[in-house]
Ligand binder design. Structure first.
Ligand SMILES: [Zn+2]
Length: 473
C-alpha cells in the first residue's frame, strides 16, 4: 500500500549508497505518491564506509512503500534487517532464488555481527560501551517474513504508479536487472537498474538479458576500468597452479565467495578432472554457508529454474568433481589439516575477511609448497586485496603470518562484466537512454566507465555523488 505522504512534485532518484563505492547499494525512487528503494545494501570494506551503516537511514524507513532487490549479495540486501527493525513495514520484492539465498545470507550476517560485538566486549576494543551488533540473527530471521516473490520476466505492480520487472542478469543465481516504470499520464518514465551485471559466458547461468530500452539507466561499474583475462587463460592458470602445487606436494587453497564462486570453481575443477588434465584430488568445501548455497543451486538445476543454462537442467551432481568432501562441522574443518597432501580447499569468505578460510590461511600461507588462488573482486582494505598486492605478511586471528605460499589471482572468474562487456551490452540497446548514472564502482572505475560510455556510445553519463538527488522527468 502507498502510505500517505507528500512526495516530490516530480519523480526523483537519490543515490543513498553504491555511489563511488562498490558496497551499500541503495537507490531511492520517489514520485508524488510513492517511495521505493531499489536494493538495500550494507556498506562493507574500509572503516569509513562501514561506519555509514550506523547512521540513521536518510528517510524514515516507515515512509518507504517497498524494497526491490536485484540479488542476494549482502552489499545489495544486507541492510534490510535494520530497515525492517527500524520501521519499514512494506514488502521486499525479490526473485525466488534471491529470497532463498537471502534466507541463508542475512541470518548469517546477523550472527556474525552478534559474534563480533560479543568478542569486542570480551576484548574491550569497541567504541560503543557495550558493543552492540548492527542487527541480530533474530532481526534477520524476522526480516525474511517481508519477502514477496517477484517472478522473472513478469510485470509486478508495486504501488499504484510504479511497476517493476525482473530480468535475468547472469551475475549469481536469482540475480536480476530491474526495470522500473513510473506510470505518469504526462511523462511516463522507465528506469533500468542493472544491479550487478554478469558476463556473457558463465558456466551455469544464462547471459544477461538484452538491455531493451530505458529513459534512465543506472549501471554498475565494478570493473569499469578493467578488462578480464580471457576465460581460457583462467582455466589454464587454474590447471597450471593445481598441477604445480601437486608436484610440490602442497595444497591449493581457494578463498571463494559462498554464493556462485564456489559453484563455478567446482564446475571448472570437475571439467579438469573429467578431461584427466588434473588428478582426481580430494576437494573440500569448508564453509557452512557455501554448503547451504550449494543446495539452493542444486535445487535450481534439478528444477530447471529460469536463468540456469538449459544443458544443466535435471543434472543430479553437477558440482562433484569425483571426490567432493563437505566439511559440515568445525571438527570436519579441523580434520582437513590431517589429510595427506595434496588436496584442494574451497572456503569462505572470498576476500578473506572472516570465516573458516582464516584458519586455513593461517595454517597454509607460511609454507612455500602451497598456493592460494584468489577468484573474485578484492575490495580495498581487505586481507584478500593485501595478498594480491603482494603483502609479505598478513594479520590473521590476532597474529602476523608470513606469506610464503604462491598467491595467484584469476580475475577471469569474476561474476561482474568488465568494461568491454558492459559497453558491448549497452551497445545493443534499442535507443540511447537520456541519462546514464554510473554507480557501484570505486571512484576511478566508475569515472573511467562513464568516460568510455560518453566516448564510445556518445551517451551522456555521470558518476553521481553519495546522497546526490536527481530529477527523473
Ligand atoms: Zn553482487
Amino acid at each position: 500500500m502507498c502510505s500517505a505522504k507528500a512526495g516530490p512534485a516530480r519523480p526523483q532518484l537519490s543515490f543513498l549508497g553504491g555511489a563511488r563505492s562498490v558496497t551499500g547499494s541503495r537507490f531511492l525512487v520517489e514520485t508524488d505518491r510513492s517511495r521505493v528503494l531499489v536494493d538495500c545494501g550494507l556498506f562493507q570494506g574500509l572503516k569509513d564506509l562501514r561506519l555509514r551503516n550506523w547512521k540513521p537511514f536518510p528517510v524514515p524507513p516507515s515512509s518507504i512503500d517497498a524494497v526491490l532487490l536485484t540479488h542476494a549479495h549482502i552489499d545489495h540486501s544486507g541492510y534490510l534487517p535494520a530497515l525492517i527493525r527500524d520501521g519499514f513495514v512494506g514488502k521486499v520484492y525479490a526473485t525466488e532464488e534471491t529470497r532463498k539465498l537471502c534466507s541463508i545470507l542475512l541470518p548469517d550476517c546477523g550472527y556474525l555481527q552478534e559474534r563480533d560485538a560479543s568478542y569486542a566486549n570480551k576484548v574491550g576494543f569497541s567504541k560503543h560501551q557495550p558493543a552492540v551488533p548492527l542487527y541480530t540473527e533474530a532481526d534477520a530471521e524476522a526480516a525474511l517474513k517481508s519477502f514477496e516473490t517477484a517472478p522473472f520476466e513478469h510485470e509486478v505492480e508495486i504501488t499504484p504508479d510504479l511497476r517493476a520487472r525482473w530480468n535475468p542478469a547472469g551475475h549469481i543465481l536469482g540475480s536480476a536487472m530491474i526495470s522500473l516504470e513510473i506510470r505518469d499520464k504526462v511523462r511516463p518514465r522507465k528506469i533500468l537498474f542493472t544491479g550487478d551485471l554478469g558476463r556473457p559466458h558463465h558456466p551455469l547461468l544464462t547471459p544477461p538479458s538484452q538491455f531493451g530500452e530505458a529513459d534512465i539507466l543506472v549501471t554498475e561499474s565494478t570493473y569499469g576500468d578493467r578488462v578480464h583475462d580471457a576465460e581460457e587463460n583462467a582455466l589454464h592458470v587454474l590447471e597450471e597452479t593445481i598441477k604445480a602445487t601437486v608436484a610440490k606436494g602442497g595444497n591449493v587453497i581457494i578463498p571463494a565467495f559462498a554464493v556462485d564462486r564456489t559453484e563455478v570453481v567446482l564446475l571448472l575443477i570437475k571439467e579438469l578432472v573429467e578431461k584427466k588434465i588434473i588428478p582426481n584430488l580430494p576437494v573440500f568445501v569448508d564453509s557452512p554457508m557455501a554448503l547451504k548455497t550449494l543446495e539452493v543451486y542444486r535445487e535450481a538445476i534439478r528444477e530447471g529454474r529460469p536463468g540456469i543454462k538449459a544443458h544443466l537442467n535435471g543434472m543430479t551432481s553437477p558440482f562433484d568433481p569425483g571426490n567432493l568432501i563437505e566439511a559440515k562441522t568445525v571438527d570436519d574443518s579441523k580434520a582437513i589439516r590431517n589429510q595427506a597432501f595434496p588436496c584442494i580447499i574451497i572456503s569462505a569468505s572470498g576476500m578473506a575477511t572472516g570465516g573458516r578460510i582464516l584458519h586455513h590461511l593461517a595454517h597454509y600461507l607460511p609454507d612455500h609448497r602451497n598456493s592460494v588462488i584468489m577468484v573474485g573482486f578484492q575490495a580495498a582494505g581487505t586481507r584478500g586485496r593485501a595478498l594480491v598486492e603482494g603483502a609479505t605478511s598478513v594479520k590473521l586471528l590476532g597474529r602476523y603470518v608470513k606469506v610464503r605460499a604462491s598467491i595467484v589471482e584469476v580475475d577471469a572468474f569474476s561474476v561482474h562484466a568488465d568494461s568491454k562487456e558492459i559497453l558491448d551490452w549497452l551497445g545493443k540497446a534499442k535507443k540511447a537512454p537520456e541519462m546514464t548514472y554510473v554507480v557501484h564502482g570505486e571512484k576511478t572505475a566508475a569515472l573511467e566507465l562513464s568516460r568510455k560510455i560518453e566516448e564510445q556510445l556518445s551517451w551522456p553519463a555521470v558518476v553521481p555523488h553519495l546522497m546526490e538527488r536527481v530529477r527523473l522527468d
